[in-house]
Design a protein around this ligand. Sequence first.
Ligand SMILES: [Zn+2]
Length: 177
Amino acid sequence: MGTFDVSTRFHADPRVVCARVAGGAETIGVWVSCLMWRSANKNMPDPVVGKVPPVWFIPESVAKAELGRRRKPLAALLKWGLWERHTWEGVKGYKILAEKDLWRIKRRAPGVYKRPLISQLVRDSIYARDGFKCLHCNTTERLSLDHIYPYSLGGTDDPGNLQTLCVSCNSRKGVSA
Ligand SMILES: [Zn+2]
């Protein structure tokens, strides 16, 4: 799998690194940036209808601002099912596939998207920082990493966003690392 060439703006995001989409290397970067944009602006009402759009919806105006005049990324986003055309409250735009729904892409094109693993070095450093115990129940058994701000909403693998939870506390929270 080739290295993914993305703009410097998204370069730090671990999710854009090991993906390659036939429609252009930018596609996943654009998709991730829109996920991040939505999670950062999720309480902002749409100027047309005055209501807050759902987090999975990107109005066309926002898509244009993200994509500029480039057509290839948009075509690829639609082709791979990362986005779908959608009208919300009379506003034209796109429905964004959530991170948790990536199985749809995996089924269509196995190997196109692969989420990078958190390295053992980072894992060990988080466990050590948290005293090798679950921060919820203090157990030292079956430890796992948890994203404090969910990965599916744009949370990063940055150590500041990671904490040690046991497998059962982590699954109770509903979001796994
Ligand atoms: Zn626990």
